[in-house]
Design a protein around this ligand. Structure first.
Ligand SMILES: Nc1ncnc2c1ncn2[C@@H]1O[C@H](COP(=O)(O)OP(=O)(O)OP(=O)(O)O)[C@@H](O)[C@H]1O
Ligand SMILES: CC(=O)C(=O)O
Length: 547
């Protein structure tokens, strides 16, 4: 194991909380008048008093002409109106009570109990991520088992399980680095960045098994910090990664997030291995090094999705490149029909504070607007003080942002290129057009998840209710934007299955449309169900309660 030895004492300590007064925070969020405005009770109306704390910003447009005091509340499923009356958001932008952008929560010491996993799952979590850089296989197995237990008990919700195969750094008095070639890969003059630049060291000299550094920007070096050595460290799948991968196979996880993928060959190697094991685990590549950027297209083609790993990316490239690459990777993934996750620092301040910074809120909104399938919480839920609040904020911000997105501005120009001339592609496109024009949701039946994923990439304005007879597919679909995966046995008769699906939507309160309202039904995909009775088709049906 290599070591990093600091040659002068570490300066200061990690930034302490920035002194923001928590008590001056209001727990009410302001929103535009047209959006879920609640009128205050009679008492406030009679008294004509407005209780506003100092420095509150009041959007006067929320007040009616009769001077009724209004209280503007955060977006939540309970208070969303069924129909969206604000035409300013675009005629195709229908309300969705169900959040479309999915939330990946890293599970760690703050959340690895049954109680917290249940709460996170009920609050906002769609994907539980385990970072293999931290903890051991036993502790990760416990979390996996808890998520599986939740999935088995929950009738209407499924949480996907993602293993992040990365390895990190540990520290006694001088830092140990669990990357064997570290000493060979760095040279005098290189900058080593801790946690993406929170601290930095300049390499001065090295011996056979240690690297001597001078502290440039100091701080408190805690255990399991992250070390980047500019572009010197180019790591392929290491033996330790394979241990993690085998662990994932044994525990039947849904996704791997694979670190430091330089080219498509690494992904292919992993995919071949998984095929050999006879398991169906999807591979998400983490874009976190400059080397991988020239190969974006081929790497994404080989994989099932991508993660914009902004921490490492920002450490290895000029930091101002990160938002540009984020947009580029999102667009590319969407146009290629692949999942895309935006990760790291999204609500970083909530690791220690109960409320986010405005910049963090904007960051989530930008990722949602750019069309990410999912946004990710790392330290916020792994070891933060307010994991449930952080998940709640992410949910609220995503939901609010989604309500302002017009579908017309959303579709990447080259969407469809990956499936050119594919009949399913055509069906996904036209089903989306119908769903958007009518402002209604879509129902799709899928054995493999393919058609639901395809539809998701067109981003129809309504929810995609994906019925599947495979629990594994239900879990996988939890990652995809706009997809609400529902497990249901399929009958041999298509009509009976349609009726069961529509009844399920109503009776289990999945739908926000009322009885008698319409829904688009899509029957297509790589393995169409009920091929003998019908081929591909799109129907518009009324939601009718079963007699
Ligand atoms: N299973 C775990 N056990 C202990 N601590 C954990 C665990 N998972 C996460 N953490 C803590 O939460 C922090 C944030 O998690 P995160 O997944 O972002 O890891 P990271 O090493 O900081 O970065 P990266 O995401 O690039 O791997 C970690 O640095 C670690 O301190
Ligand atoms: C998630 C991750 O690994 C990163 O941001 O670097």
């Amino acid at each position: 194991m290599a070591q990093v030895v600091a040659t002068r004492s570490i300066q200061g300590s990690m930034l302490s909380p920035n002194g923001r007064s928590l008590s001056t925070r209001s727990d009410k969020f302001l929103k535009p008048a047209s959006f879920a405005v609640k009128v205050l009770g009679n008492k406030a109306k009679r008294s004509g008093r407005v209780s506003l704390k100092s420095r509150r910003v009041v959007d006067t447009s929320v007040r009616s002409s009769s001077c009724v005091e209004t209280q503007v509340v955060p977006v939540s499923p309970e208070n969303m109106p069924n129909k969206f009356s604000d035409t300013s958001v675009g005629m195709w932008s229908k309300p969705t009570v169900r959040r479309k952008t999915k939330i990946v929560c890293t599970v760690g010491p703050s959340t690895n109990t049954r109680e917290m996993i249940w709460k996170l799952a009920e609050a906002a979590m769609n994907v539980a991520r385990m970072n293999m850089s931290h903890g051991d296989h036993a502790s990760h197995k416990k979390v996996i088992d808890l998520v599986k237990e939740y999935n088995a008990q929950s009738k209407d919700n499924a949480i996907a399980i993602m293993l992040d195969t990365k390895r990190g750094v540990s520290t006694p008095t001088c830092a140990s680095v669990n990357y064997d070639d570290f000493v060979n890969d760095v040279e005098a003059g290189d900058m080593l960045l801790v946690d993406g630049g929170m601290m930095s060291f300049m390499v001065k000299s090295k011996t056979k098994d240690s690297v001597k550094c001078e502290v440039v920007d100091g701080g408190e070096l805690k255990s399991r910090r992250h070390l980047n050595a500019e572009e010197k460290v180019q790591r392929y799948l290491q033996p330790l990664d394979w241990e993690d991968i085998k662990f994932g196979v044994e525990n039947k996880v849904d996704f791997y997030a694979v670190s430091i993928v330089k080219d498509a060959q690494v992904v292919q190697e992993l995919k071949n291995y998984l095929k050999g094991c006879g398991v169906d685990i999807h591979v998400i590549v983490k874009f976190e090094s400059a080397d991988s950027i020239p190969n974006l297209h081929s790497i994404i083609t080989a994989s099932d999705g991508a993660m914009v790993a902004r921490d490492d990316l920002g450490a290895k490239l000029p930091i101002e490149e990160v938002p540009i690459l984020q947009g580029k990777i999102i667009n590319l993934c969407r146009s290629m029909g692949k999942a895309v996750i935006v990760a790291t620092n999204m609500l970083e301040s909530m690791i220690v504070h109960p409320t986010p910074t405005r910049a963090e809120v904007s960051d989530i909104a930008i990722a949602v607007r750019e069309g990410a399938d999912a946004v990710m919480l790392s330290g916020e839920t792994a070891h933060g003080k307010f994991p449930l609040k952080a998940a709640g904020v992410m949910h609220t911000v995503a939901l609010r942002t989604e309500a302002t997105i017009t579908t017309s501005s959303e579709m990447p120009a080259n969407l469809g290129q990956a499936f050119k001339n594919h009949l399913s592609e055509m069906f996904a496109y036209h089903a989306t057009m119908m769903s958007n024009t009518l402002g209604i949701s879509t129902v799709v039946f899928t054995k493999t998840g393919f058609m639901a994923i395809l539809l998701s990439h067109y981003r129809p304005s309504g929810t995609i209710y994906a019925f599947t007879n495979e629990k594994k597919i239900q879990q996988r679909l939890a990652l995809y934007q706009g997809v609400c995966p529902i497990y249901m046995e399929f009958s041999g008769d298509a009509e009976e299955t349609f009726a069961n699906a529509l009844a399920t939507l109503l009776s289990r309160r999945f739908v926000v449309v009322g009885k008698g309202e319409e829904i688009v039904i899509v029957q297509s995909g790589s393995q169409p169900i009920w091929r003998s009775q019908s081929t591909h088709n799109i129907q518009v049906r009324k939601m009718q309660p079963r007699v």
